[in-house]
Design a protein around this ligand. Structure first.
Ligand code: HEC
Length: 172
């Protein structure tokens, strides 16, 4: 039994050292246009889901989806997010698709996470992906406006859809 346990320990040490050498030796490919292995995808996605679940504030969206809130969210979304996540007239953006993992295209694949988790991701971003943290640029109140917009994409009033399609200011 003791020999068996030593065997397991030895194998684990060899795997850890092997992984370290592969990464340190530059054999791991970090380019965004290479396929991610199914194992890496599975581990990273479930780690990310669990981490978000654990850290997201346990609060529900404090805002009601009034036209004013949705229009404010639409403006913020159009100016900061649409280039990567798409809008009603650009449902699949080339830029969003060039990240690895790709930026979800919300008009084709609406965000299905709870609102407090969307809030957390928008505020803090996702390290090692193209998703920036917005806490320096947007206030919590503004982030909730965008979250409210994202949870109502399938039933936006015309005025909000029109706001989304107005050209974004040249610099923001
Ligand atoms: C430069 C490109 C870029 C910009 C700009 C950007 N995002 Fe992202 N976003 C990404 C990428 C890439 C991911 C995928 C991250 C991942 O898979 O873990 C992502 C993920 C997300 C997610 C998680 C979606 C899910 O279902 O996993 C949300 C919500 C989100 N972004 C909202 C926003 C909002 C709101 C804005 C604007 C305030 C924004 N993003 C701006 C690239 C961007």
């Amino acid at each position: 039994m003791q020999k068996f346990l030593w065997g397991i320990l030895f194998t684990l040490v060899v795997i850890v050292i092997g992984a370290f050498l592969v990464v340190r030796g530059g054999y791991f490919n970090f380019s965004a246009d290479t396929e991610t292995s199914p194992l890496e995808k599975k581990i990273a996605m479930s780690a990310m889901d669990k981490s978000t679940e654990r850290r997201a504030p346990q609060t529900s969206d404090p805002l009601q989806p009034t036209d004013d809130t949705l229009i404010a969210g639409a403006r913020l979304y159009r100016d900061n997010c649409a280039g990567c996540h798409g809008d009603p007239t650009h449902m699949a953006t080339q830029l969003g698709d060039s990240f690895n993992p790709p930026a979800p295209q919300f008009w084709m694949d609406a965000p299905d996470m709870p609102e407090n988790e969307n809030f957390y991701i928008i505020k803090h971003g996702v390290r090692w992906t193209g998703m920036p943290s917005w806490n320096k640029k947007l206030s919590d109140a503004q982030i909730w406006q965008v979250v409210t917009l994202l949870s109502h994409l399938d039933k936006l009033p015309d005025s909000v859809n029109q706001e989304l399609q107005k050209p974004a200011p040249a610099s923001n």
